[in-house]
Design a binder for this molecule. Structure first.
Ligand SMILES: Cc1ncc(COP(=O)(O)O)c(C=O)c1O
Length: 450
């Protein structure tokens, strides 16, 4: 089927057990920041897929690395065997992450990474003779993945709803969401109650039961790119240390240069005990994730980590991960993201021309736009208006892919989009993205008025 000259596939007519609710745009090729559909239409990938194709499409060094490893040895079981490229990828990742993080556990994606981190934290406490600690405290309006353990940590109400009876009873505290502060504070009156809420939660649960706290340094898909206030993570770190709780940073979306630093937590001058990474680690070329632990965590283990999968430390995935990290370094993509991110955020201020744009925010090449029915009161649109989806569709018509989301306000109401092009994006291309976005939002505004 074709809509506006664009080729779509209705998954109902295939053997796919579809995850979406509508037709899918048929893509066939990618190069740089662009992808093409089957009819030859070109799109700017303004969100790097779901914020993962950080180095852009068509990087030859990455295919070469994958092919070389496929040819040599496509698989070896990490429980019994060592493959050089896996060891090298771990070495590179430990070098890439903050200095205190030294030990790498590989897996296949973000959900496995956060879940592995949670299990690592649990075993860490057991090894230290504190076997009562198992609860992971997380935040509402967060996302840490969709497997049951990861979803139990996630505070994304829509994604949890169907599976609530199956989830673990993990506590959640309010998010650090300044545009709609849960404590009714303004930047002037802010005393970081959102951070101190962690201490309240630890005391309420009983520190002897709390294993870890997990947070995204910049909340991604659920809130639409919300950076934490400046001192937030310093307080979090202090509270975790005071109560013997491990701090897990979920850098699945924010890692590998996305925010203009290698990892977003670097903006806050704090290091975690365990970091969950995925997406940008392989730039979407292959499934790969990791939980990277500090030496202190690792040293507590007197017995092996009792966890793992068939594909833990997959040689081809690690060859890709290594090639991607080398590419990021060789092309100074972290510095580039910082520079282009400043330009993107500056240019996105133009969107305030439209009253339906409530907030433009972000860090590096990681931006979010929240839509409102009324800017003064910040009232959201009724969910049935599907404003995020309308913006997505308008952008698609204008040859731009962005990442839409809903439930921004309270898990149900609210609309946002994320704009996060590959880190190789140029100055003129950033302008083009913003121009297309401007046009698309204008169209949606007229549609809503109609
Ligand atoms: C912050 C964060 N953590 C975890 C995940 C889960 O990653 P995956 O979809 O690779 O399982 C995501 C996915 O969007 C994410 O954004």
């Amino acid at each position: 089927m074709a809509v506006d000259g664009k080729p779509f596939l209705d998954p109902v007519e295939t053997r796919l057990f579809s995850r979406g609710s509508g037709p899918l745009l048929k893509l066939v090729r990618g190069e740089g920041i662009y992808v093409w559909d089957e009819a030859g239409n070109r799109y700017i990938d303004g969100s790097s897929g779901p914020i993962c194709v950080n180095i852009g499409y068509g990087v030859r060094e990455v295919w070469d690395a994958a092919l070389k490893q496929l040819e040599r040895l496509p698989f070896a079981h990490s429980f019994h065997h060592a493959v050089e490229v896996v060891v090298k990828c771990a070495e590179k990742l430990a070098e890439f992450t903050p200095p205190s993080l030294t030990r790498v556990f590989f897996c296949c994606g973000g959900s496995e990474a956060t879940e592995s981190a949670a299990k690592m934290a649990r075993q860490y406490h057991l090894e230290r003779g504190e076997g009562s600690r198992y609860k992971v405290i997380a935040r509402w309006q967060s996302y840490h993945g969709n497997t049951l353990g990861a979803l139990s940590m996630s505070g994304n109400i829509q994604r949890r709803r169907l599976y609530t009876p199956m989830l673990l009873d993990f506590p959640h505290i309010p998010p650090a969401y300044c545009y709609r502060c849960w404590f009714g504070k303004t930047p002037e009156s802010c005393d970081l109650e959102c951070a101190w809420a962690l201490e309240t939660a630890i005391k309420a649960v009983g520190p002897e039961y709390v294993s870890a706290f997990i947070a995204e340094p910049v909340v991604g898909a659920t809130l639409g790119t919300v950076p934490a206030p400046e001192d937030y993570f310093k307080i979090i770190r202090e509270i975790c240390d005071r109560y013997g709780v491990l701090f897990i940073a979920d850098e699945v979306m924010t890692g590998f240069g996305r925010t203009g630093r290698r990892f977003a937590l670097e903006h806050y001058g704090v290091e975690p005990d365990i970091m969950a990474v995925a997406k940008g680690l392989s730039s979407g070329y292959i499934p790969l994730g990791a939980a990277v632990a500090s030496e202190r965590v690792y040293e507590a283990f007197k017995s092996p980590f009792f966890h793992g999968h068939t594909y833990t430390g997959h040689p081809v995935a690690c060859a890709v991960g290594l090639a991607v990290m080398e590419y990021i370094e060789r092309h100074n993509l972290v510095e580039r993201a910082a520079e282009m991110g400043r330009h993107l955020l500056r240019r996105l201020q133009d969107l305030y021309d439209y009253g339906i744009v409530g907030d433009v925010r972000g860090l590096g090449l990681f931006a979010g736009i929240e839509f409102v029915a009324d800017r003064e009161s910040k009232k959201p649109f009724p969910p049935e208006k599907r404003v995020h989806q309308r913006v997505y569709e308008a952008c698609l018509r204008n040859g731009l892919l962005i990442y839409p989301g809903s439930g921004t306000v309270d898990g149900v109401r609210g609309d946002h989009i994320q704009v996060a092009p590959p880190l190789i994006v140029g100055h003129g291309e950033v302008d083009e993205i913003v121009d297309r976005l401007y046009k698309s939002i204008g169209e949606v505004k007229r549609e809503l008025r109609g």
